[in-house]
Design a protein around this ligand. Structure first.
Ligand code: SAM
Length: 232
């Protein structure tokens, strides 16, 4: 479970709400039962249940199991697509090891708002499921033009373009280092946006094959290929 940190050996921690319910009611935790905690600061810790009540569960933090991992330096700049698809993107990006999720607002975006609390809950649950010791950062949605105007010099922007580009795996291997994937919304980028992205000095257009993939499929496929190429 991800809990507020920093955790330390010997500390006592009281969990409430959903986490207490999960431990006490779903897992039927009893005093002495082992729980693994993460704080997204120091890493992963072994803890034991001291008391499991109706409203809260008291835990005793024992020893550190792993220090917080070094996350592969990949940002995901994914156009904000409709809810079930973006939920999937958040979950799979976390499982694949993405460091940061940047929702992007483009001209053809149907969705224009992200429920931050819900999005963070999906990221946290996915991180717990896949035993990540670091949560992906989630930043506020940004307009495509703003993002391009403030793009960091040292980071390659791989532009997933269904109209063609260099084969993704080869392009990732040829351009190691800090990277980001840019994927469009349900209706794709419009011509003006595509021209602006392609003209950007840090952008490199990639193809994921001759078929037009759903935005969420393209995102997951590109992230998996990048992780495979980076060896992470
Ligand atoms: N209409 C479908 C949907 O509802 O998801 C397809 C949308 S596709 C145009 C969305 C984005 O996925 C594109 O802007 C592009 O970034 C990416 N994409 C889809 N197929 C791709 C491919 N074969 N190669 C590279 N990128 C691709």
């Amino acid at each position: 479970l991800f809990v507020p940190g920093p955790l330390a050996a010997g500390a006592q921690l009281s969990l409430e709400g959903g986490q207490a319910h999960y431990l006490a009611k779903v897992m039927r935790a009893k005093p002495g039962d082992a729980v693994v905690l993460c704080d997204d600061i120091t890493g992963e810790w072994a803890a034991a249940v001291v008391e499991a009540g109706k409203r809260d569960v008291l835990l005793n933090v024992r020893e550190r199991l792993r220090i917080r991992e070094a996350v592969p330096d990949l940002w995901l700049c994914a156009a904000l697509v409709k809810k079930p698809a973006f939920d999937l993107v958040l979950e799979k990006a976390t499982e694949l090891g993405v460091a940061r999720v940047q929702p992007v607002l483009t001209r053809r975006c149907v969705a224009d708002k992200l429920n931050d609390e819900r999005a963070r809950a999906i990221l946290t649950e996915a991180a717990e499921q896949c035993a990540r010791t670091a949560l992906p950062a989630l930043v506020a949605p940004a307009r495509l033009d703003t993002l391009l105007a403030h793009w960091p010099e040292a980071r390659t922007l791989f532009f997933a373009d269904e109209q063609g580009g260099a084969p993704a795996a080869a392009e990732f291997a040829a351009n190691p280092g800090p990277a980001a994937l840019l994927v469009g919304p349900e209706g794709g980028f419009d011509d003006g946006e595509r021209a602006a992205i392609r003209a950007h000095p840090r952008a490199r257009a990639i193809t994921l094959g001759p078929r037009i993939l759903r935005a969420e499929t393209a995102t997951i496929a590109a992230a998996a290929l990048w992780m495979g190429s980076a060896g992470d």
